[in-house]
Design a protein around this ligand. Structure first.
Ligand code: NAI
Length: 540
């Protein structure tokens, strides 16, 4: 890793997280690099280091302690951190990302040790491009930015939300092999409306109410333009904005710069991958599939829009496709008679009676029920039983996070449907044995999708992200689901296969980009080999 021109030696080398190998420095390296006497005698290989750290993690009492321990490792030895995270993703992902990262955000000030992202606040207005020069990396290729207003299911966490861009970028590195130095976490710290933080003398963010309206849009615009100037090839991922701002910013920027919104498009793609796999598991053609959505926020309307695109790509008329998707929100069924519907809901305002939920279910008889309400327990026994009466293999997607917010549990979905349902969740659920058969729920985790999309964007120097890239990403992911997985009711491959999934998705995204003339890099002869060659390998 260390270039020959850099002559880091001795204690300085041990303090450099990128080049430090700690106890894995060999006797020869210890001699050559001035490390003799600075390390314990035993030379360990990476496997032994990993074993020791995994034991330390398992001995900790809480997940937040494990999170802190992992981040401390990242500060000491970046390559070991990524080796461990990548090789144990099923174990480490819930620590470095949801659900533990939510708690890490809540306790951000309390656990703050070393600053690890780029902060912009209202006093930086007019200077954002200038201060971006303070960021130590020259070739940033992926930026995850949030304003902290809608962190996971936790609401407005202000600048404490920085844990999210940091965690997502760790997944870009671990899940797809984007190089760590090419990643930049950004917090638009434009205030908070959370009274706890406004009144907390130890809060670390901009302690004023949030900028809104034109002032808000102006600071986002200045940030986006600064990125275009300093890092013109960087992909911007908008993350955890409120639904209104998420849609607004996507509308403003999606055709102007290289960007996407993970809550809308990433979620849609991973859910569509589950639907493609469900198509195989149930034998129901996507063109015939009917959907009832519970919740009409960024997550669910994004999913609906991509399902419509997938139906249209299969040759359906868009208006016909839309009619197969019905939505309920907190005010009831979405229909043409409703006033003041937000623009993202209008495409689903069908000319139908304003039915109650159960009546609407009976009228539509959907194959799949997709919940993203943030409200636990909304899929009752009656509802799941009804789903099982409409079709032989109904799909129940309970996407709300964290686990405690899921619309129903895996156990409920399987037992209430008498083992017929395919269950997909947002947060992890354990396998359930129902009447002797093991059912393994699939987790529709966005982390299957965004790292691969990012890798594709970097590989072909994408100029803009189009919706159909999330469609091909979904298909590439669904193609990885094995017959054995389908048989057990699992609609996704194992998280431990995420590097392979990301590579397949990156290839699919690049192919689409070359076909549409959106790739700025010239096309290599062997696209897959080219991408595989460029990924970050954390091994020493
Ligand atoms: P949002 O706040 O934009 O939308 C929530 C929607 O649910 C609104 O339309 C609201 O009217 C509706 N709603 C709330 N309670 C309801 C009830 N009792 N009955 C009917 N409708 C109800 O939130 P967003 O961003 O759409 O996220 C929703 C949930 O989806 C969150 O829990 C989030 O964690 C989860 N999510 C899961 C993802 C995944 O699994 N990959 C990715 C993104 C979000």
């Amino acid at each position: 890793m260390q270039s020959t021109t850099e002559k880091l030696r001795g204690a300085k080398l041990l303090d450099d997280r990128r080049n430090n190998k700690s106890t894995a420095f060999t006797a020869r390296e210890r001699e050559d690099l001035g490390l003799r006497g600075l390390l314990p005698s035993r030379v360990c290989d990476a496997q032994m280091q990993e074993k020791r750290l995994m034991r330390t993690l398992k001995n900790k009492e809480t997940d937040i302690e494990r999170y802190i321990s992992l981040i401390a490792l990242l500060e000491r030895n970046e390559r070991l951190f990524y080796q461990i995270v990548t090789q144990n993703l099923e174990y480490t992902m819930p620590l470095i990302y949801t659900p533990t990262v939510g708690q890490a955000c809540k306790e951000f000030a309390q656990n703050f040790r070393k600053s690890r992202g780029f902060y912009i606040n209202p006093s930086d207005k007019g200077d954002i491009r200038k201060i971006m020069d303070n960021w130590p990396e020259e070739d940033v290729r992926v930026i995850v930015v949030t304003d902290g207003q809608r962190i996971l299911g936790l609401g407005d966490l202000g600048s404490n939300g920085m844990g999210i861009p940091i965690g997502k970028l760790q997944l870009y590195v671990a899940g797809a092999g984007i190089h760590p130095e090419q990643c930049m976490p950004v917090m638009l710290d434009i205030g908070t409306n959370n009274d706890d933080f406004l009144n907390d003398p130890l809060y670390l963010g901009w302690q004023k109410p949030r900028l809104e309206g034109e002032e808000y849009l102006a600071i986002v615009e200045e940030f986006v333009m600064a990125v275009q100037d300093k890092y013109p090839r960087a992909l911007i991922q908008f993350e955890d904005f409120t639904t209104n701002n998420a849609y607004k910013l996507l509308d403003i920027y999606k055709d102007r710069v290289l960007c996407f919104n993970d809550d809308i498009q990433g979620t849609a793609s991973v859910a569509l991958a589950g639907v493609f796999a469900y198509e195989r598991a149930s034998g129901t053609d996507l063109k015939d599939m009917k959907f009832m959505f519970f919740g009409a926020g960024a997550a669910n309307t994004g999913i609906g829009d991509l399902i419509v695109s997938a139906k249209v790509e299969r040759g359906m008329d868009e208006a016909e496709a839309r009619k197969q998707l019905w939505f309920m929100d907190s005010k009831g069924l979405i229909h043409a008679g409703r006033d003041n519907l937000a623009s993202h809901k209008q495409g689903y305002a069908h000319d139908i009676e304003p039915l109650e939920f159960v009546e609407a279910l009976e009228a539509l008889q959907p194959h799949a029920l997709i919940g993203a309400t943030g409200t636990p327990g909304t899929f009752t026994q009656d509802i799941v039983e009804k789903m099982a009466s409409f079709h032989e293999t109904p799909a129940i997607f309970a996407l709300s996070n964290p686990t405690a917010n899921a619309e129903c549990t895996a156990e409920q979905a399987y037992s209430w449907s008498k083992g017929k349902a395919i269950f997909v969740s947002g947060s992890p659920f354990d396998s359930v044995t129902y009447e002797g058969k093991e059912h393994k729920p699939g987790q529709g985790n966005n982390a299957y999708i965004f790292p691969g999309v990012g890798l594709g964007a970097v590989a072909c120097e994408l100029s803009k992200v189009t919706d159909d890239m999330f469609l091909v990403a979904a298909q590439a992911l669904a193609d990885m689901v094995s017959e054995t997985d389908l048989e057990r009711g699992t609609m996704y491959p194992s998280l431990n296969e995420i590097r392979k999934a990301s590579l397949d998705i990156a290839v699919a995204v690049c192919e689409r980009a070359y076909d549409k003339g959106l790739a700025q890099a010239s096309r290599p002869n062997d696209l897959e080999a080219h991408i595989a060659e460029m990924v970050y390998d954390p091994n020493y």
